[in-house]
Design a protein. Structure first.
Length: 295
């Protein structure tokens, strides 16, 4: 009996045009939020991949005009570094590969065996601790004082900073969307109360209480938000999936690290539920406050 009465009251307060508008507004907002959250998750994944893959990687560059002395230094450094604690792998970069790298600038002259070519040694460490890197530098410069030890993470520091900035921007967009959702819900609730002021007065005289009316508005707005959120999330996830396919086709190491994991897709799918909860809370607060003030 109470349930059927509640349905009758809900029908009296229902606004078809307003309901349709609310659904599509929430669909657009959830769509944009899904894109922003996906961007934040992808850049976070990419940053973690960079930190994991590059923190313990070094390159030793040996510049020596005398080929015999250079080869001797390379052999001694390779032997010494393999005995340093924390070194996982040490390997010399193939000279032919180095020649191909400089070929766009030097042309075929870069393949001339008489042309002095620096030797490069890749070093993989168990971690990128400063003390461990300092130990590597000490060993290398003890053998070849003019050698350089470069950390891969330093080369890509600007990329990492850019990814961190994108993550912050995505988080800011999500916060703004949540604030906008609360504002839209409050405006919708206030509009509904103003539209149905006479009806609500009659319902009060028939015994309906403020909490009952508040729950009806809350339930309706929650349902509209969930429906619109489902539409927006479906469209947003489809766009994100398409972008993931395009990113995978690039084959870049940095972009490959931006691939979303299963947990990330679950987060994206749960966004409509989160919006519905926020909308229902905002509706409850807004409607209850308005009823206390004006009705």
């Amino acid at each position: 009996m109470a349930r059927s009465r509640g349905r009758r009251i809900a029908a009296m307060l229902d606004q078809r045009r307003a309901t349709r508008a609310m659904v599509w507004i929430m669909a657009i907002m959830v769509f944009l939020t899904v894109l922003a959250v996906a961007l934040g998750l992808a850049t976070t994944r990419a940053t973690q991949t960079l930190d994991r893959d590059l923190a313990g990687r070094l390159t030793v560059q040996i510049v020596e005009g005398n080929a015999t002395r250079r080869d001797d230094q390379v052999a001694r450094i390779l032997t010494s570094l393999r005995r340093v604690p924390g070194v996982e792998a040490v390997s010399e970069v193939d000279r032919a590969d180095l020649a191909e790298l400089v070929r766009p600038w030097l042309g075929d002259a870069g393949l001339d065996p008489d042309l002095p070519m620096p030797a490069m040694i890749d070093v993989d460490l168990t971690d990128g601790a400063e003390a461990r890197v300092a130990a590597i530098e000490l060993v290398v410069r003890g053998i070849a004082p003019g050698a350089r030890v470069d950390r891969h993470v330093a080369w890509l520091a600007p990329v990492r900073d850019f990814l961190a900035l994108l993550t912050l921007l995505a988080g800011g967009v999500v916060v703004l969307m949540l604030i906008a959702t609360g504002a839209v819900v409050l405006l919708s609730a206030k509009s509904g109360l103003d539209t149905h002021r006479d009806t609500i007065d009659v319902l009060h005289m028939l015994g309906s209480t403020d909490p009952q009316l508040s729950r009806l508005f809350q339930r309706r707005i929650g349902a509209d938000t969930l429906l619109g959120g489902a539409i927006g999330a479906t469209a947003g996830i489809a766009v994100v999936a398409l972008l993931q396919v395009q990113v995978a086709a690039l084959g870049s190491g940095v972009t490959q690290g931006a691939n979303l994991a299963t947990a990330d897709w679950i987060v994206l799918a749960a966004i409509p539920v989160g919006f519905a909860v926020i909308a229902m809370l905002a509706a409850r607060v807004g409607v209850s406050g308005q009823l206390r003030k004006t009705l």
